[in-house]
Design a protein around this ligand. Structure first.
Ligand SMILES: Nc1ncnc2c1ncn2[C@@H]1O[C@H](COP(=O)(O)OP(=O)(O)OP(=O)(O)O)[C@@H](O)[C@H]1O
Ligand SMILES: *[C@@H]1O[C@H](CO)[C@@H](O)[C@H](O)[C@H]1NC(C)=O
Ligand SMILES: *[C@@H]1O[C@H](CO)[C@@H](O)[C@H](O)[C@H]1NC(C)=O
Ligand SMILES: [Mg+2]
Length: 421
């Protein structure tokens, strides 16, 4: 009797039970959907992939970072794994988390790794790795050696020889001296294969005045760096005085990457208004350091390439006068102790802003007429730095332009001060 009653209820309420089950299923789904929409830091780090990861130096604090999801772009970015750049706050300062590559590139890397270990994909790397130490050392050297026959813009190159590789990595070695050597080697190989940005951020620390974000460390397949500010692309319609300040800092960056280190020249090969950010003091910093050519300035006589002592001039503007494009020859940069490449990249960016966005004029557009009258050289210097006449030295004109911009800034500040007092 009671049983019958229960059955009746069940039969009667069948649709309700079905609905309940449906709702439960949906709720659990929603959870899954939400989890993939808003992954936790732990999901992002993919810690089990270590030592085939970027390191663990930031793992201790990474859970104190609050990810910012106010931005639909962030969600899209995560879903499609296109940018894989996330923003967060740590101790009230804004930080950037980077997976350093698109999801497909990371997968390709994992497949290569399993291949090297003679395992099927997906493979776990918890195997006697010490056996492979020598192999990873070779792999690192191979990844950094430039192969001009392959037309990859890729990544970190040290040229013309690798003889001072350990000098270049001095800071990186120092920061990682407590790590198991084999693990460290695999971390290094992972970075030179996927994206050397964290290595560059350690070789050229922001703390020493290099125009790059501060590096806070790595945890698994995530690195944490300082949030600099909005990209340069957002500054094309700011006041002319602000743009002059930024332009001056860009020319200073070209100087630093080329000359500041007496042993190595650093040539950025992916300079664009999206890959530069401007801090709250109007100083430009380079935020995408994935593609870089490092020239060893101290090469022994027998290793010197032909024409080494001559300054390399990028003359792509003669070859493609109408194309307005950013092009260079890695081989040419590598075969000279000094190149005007950084000045080419920066002045081209300042002059031909149309490159970045057809709706803006050049970065130094709309300079007030009285300033242009007082300093009539400004356009000439800019042009000679970007597309110099054949006899002219781009580096010289870039430096003259910087001096002129700084003079204008100083004058302007003086006038402002007078007006206030
Ligand atoms: N340190 C930073 N400070 C401020 N903004 C940043 C920082 N790092 C990255 N960004 C922002 O995130 C965007 C993407 O970063 P990044 O260039 O490193 O990624 P990416 O995937 O290499 O892009 P791409 O390969 O398409 O150039 C930048 O254009 C910039 O707007
Ligand atoms: C947080 O920031 C404050 C000041 O900004 C600093 O004094 C403090 O040491 C920081 N704490 C940590 C854990 O970094
Ligand atoms: C140049 O390299 C040689 C050989 O590696 C080294 O002995 C010398 O100290 C280096 N010179 C400078 C200025 O660093
Ligand atoms: Mg970029």
């Amino acid at each position: 009797m009671i049983l019958h009653y229960v059955c009746n209820i069940v039969r009667f309420k069948k649709w309700k039970i079905l609905m309940l089950i449906g709702v439960c299923a949906l709720v659990s789904r929603v959870n899954v959907i939400l989890q993939s929409l808003y992954p936790s830091i732990t999901q992002l780090t993919e810690l089990p992939k270590c030592p085939a990861c970027y390191g663990v130096s930031a793992c201790h604090d990474i859970h104190k970072i609050d990810l910012i999801w106010d931005d639909i772009n962030a969600i899209i970015s995560h879903l499609f794994g296109v940018k894989n750049v996330f923003f967060g706050t740590y101790n009230q300062t804004k930080v950037v988390l980077k997976k350093l590559a698109h999801s497909s590139e990371l997968e390709a890397f994992d497949i290569t790794l399993c291949d090297i270990l003679h395992l099927g994909y997906p493979c776990s790397v918890f195997i006697p790795l010490d056996r492979y130490t020598a192999q990873f050392y070779d792999l690192i050297r191979k990844a950094i050696t430039s192969d001009f026959s392959k037309d990859d813009t890729s990544r970190l190159r040290l040229c013309p020889t690798l003889s001072h590789l350990d000098d270049l990595f001095y800071n990186v070695h120092l920061n990682n001296k407590h790590i198991n050597p084999t693990q460290y080697l695999i971390n290094l190989w992972t970075l030179v294969s996927i994206n050397p940005e964290p290595l560059i951020l350690q070789i050229l620390p922001a703390e020493n005045g290099w125009p790059v974000p501060k590096y806070y460390g790595a945890c698994g397949r995530i690195i944490v760096e300082e949030y600099v500010g909005l990209p340069l692309a957002d500054y094309y319609d700011k006041s002319w005085i602000q743009r002059i300040k930024i332009a001056s800092s860009l020319l200073n960056a070209a100087y630093m990457f080329t000359f500041k280190d007496k042993n190595f020249g650093f040539y950025l090969t992916d300079v664009s208004a999206d890959n530069i950010a401007v801090d709250n003091e109007n100083v430009a910093k380079f935020i995408d350091l994935e593609n870089i050519i490092i020239v060893d300035k101290n090469v022994s006589q027998e290793d010197e390439p032909k024409g080494w002592q001559k300054i390399h001039k990028n003359t792509m503007h003669f070859d493609f006068p109408n194309l307005n494009c950013f092009s260079y020859s890695a081989e040419d940069i590598c075969n000279h102790y000094l190149s005007d490449h950084n000045y080419y990249a920066i002045c081209q960016l300042l002059l031909n802003a149309e490159n970045q966005n057809p709706f803006f004029g050049e970065f130094l557009h709309d300079i007030p007429t009285n300033i242009e009258q007082q300093y009539p050289d400004i356009q000439y210097l800019l042009r000679q730095c970007a597309i110099p006449d054949s006899k002219n030295s781009r580096i010289f004109f870039g430096q003259q332009l910087k001096i002129l911009l700084d003079t204008i800034l100083k004058e302007y500040l003086n006038v402002m001060q007078h007006e206030i007092s």
